[in-house]
Write a protein that binds this ligand. Structure first.
Ligand code: TYM
Length: 346
């Protein structure tokens, strides 16, 4: 059976990139797969406390991401929605995988290099180890598919390398314990749709991100209709009309980005959007984009705000999801301990 796992950090400012690059695909995959969607709170605390905001902000943001999952259409009764820190097996497996992953592999991670910047001596050990915890998130469920945005591709590839090395290093023991040829499946990144890398509205060469100091660079899932309209109207463009074919978007990053956003929101491929708007001025295209974005996002925003205010409901969803997740994770850890030779209580 195919099992889907993915996670989102509760660091505030969920934005259109998270929605179109990840959450939309989470919703789609639930029809055909068993899905586990995780609020990765242990990943959120890898940056300085002042950045993630402290305990009150963390609690609020965990509940907000949970509410966003449900508001976007993920059914918490059919799928598993939970927060990472409630299932201790993530951290437990991370230690074993720390002993599998090589320093050289982590040194190649581009997201670490970006986030650490110049002051490497001063970042947390957790930030460096972040990709191994992410590998544990996926492998503790022996997930086969991982829907993510383009920026997480390298981390999923690292997860495959870690899984493969574990399978190789312990091949004999894996067979002896009755698990056959391999214990961990090699998970596939699922990076699909016209918006796998949503760019900043102010600069088409920069990724839309929650850490950009300009709020005009992104559409937050908490923005109201007026804010969405203003941000789209102010979005950077060039002065040419829209092209009618996709090649015409090359070397026009801002135009390409807005067309991709339109396509993803409309659920259409980009060429279809260009057939409709080729030759139009941006003013006209943007007013259509405003209407579409407001129509698609406002109901989610309203529902998300309503749900995240219902603390008891959200906490119950997380507790129930964690219990179901733990049942799967505990079984994996039992296998890992037996394979490695760590004696456990029987
Ligand atoms: P995070 O919280 O930064 O982002 C959550 C998801 O949103 C996607 N995303 C984007 N997609 C398109 N355009 C953008 N501008 C954009 N910005 C963000 C991300 O690719 C991601 O899919 N490391 C992960 C969280 C994580 C995880 C996991 C994911 C932890 N463990 C296990 C999958 C499986 C992260 O930082 O996502």
């Amino acid at each position: 059976i195919e099992r889907v796992f993915s996670g989102i950090q509760p660091t505030g400012n969920l934005h259109l990139g998270n929605y179109l690059g990840a959450i939309v695909n989470f919703v789609k995959m639930q029809d055909s797969h068993n899905c586990i969607y995780c609020v990765v709170d242990l990943h959120a605390i890898t940056v300085p406390v002042a950045v993630w905001g402290g305990p009150d902000a963390l609690r609020r943001n965990i509940r907000e991401v949970t509410a966003a999952f449900i508001a976007a259409g993920i059914d918490p009764k059919k799928q598993i929605i939970f927060n990472q820190s409630q299932v201790a097996e993530h951290s437990e497996l991370a230690w074993v995988l720390n002993c599998i992953a090589r320093l050289g592999w982590l040194n190649r991670m581009t997201q670490f290099k970006e986030k650490a910047g110049k002051d490497r001596e001063n970042v947390s050990v957790g930030l460096y180890d972040y990709p191994v915890l992410m590998a544990s998130d996926i492998l503790v469920y022996r997930a086969t598919h991982v829907p993510v945005g383009e920026d997480q591709k390298q981390h999923v590839e690292l997860t495959r390398d870690i899984a493969q090395k574990f399978n190789n290093d312990f091949a004999e023991s894996i067979a002896a314990q009755g698990f056959g040829e391999a214990f961990f499946p090699l998970p596939e990144p699922v990076i699909t749709g016209p918006a796998t890398r949503v760019m900043s509205l102010r600069d088409g060469t920069k990724k839309m991100s929650k850490s950009d100091p300009s709020d005009y660079s992104r559409i937050n899932l908490s923005d109201d209709a007026d804010a969405i309209a203003q941000k789209i109207r102010k979005a950077k463009t060039d002065s040419e009309p829209l092209p009618s074919e996709e090649q015409g978007l090359e070397a026009r990053p801002e135009a390409d980005n807005l067309v991709g956003i339109f396509a993803a929101l409309a659920g259409k491929p980009k060429p279809e959007v260009l057939r409709e708007f080729g030759g139009s001025q941006f003013s006209e295209f943007k007013s259509n984009l405003v209407d579409l974005a407001v129509a698609k996002l406002s109901p989610i925003t309203t529902e998300m705000k309503k749900l995240s205010a219902d603390q008891a409901y959200i906490d119950a969803v997380l507790a129930d999801g964690s219990e179901r997740a733990r049942a799967i994770a505990a079984e994996t850890m039992t296998g890992v301990k037996d394979i490695v030779g760590l004696i456990r209580k029987r």
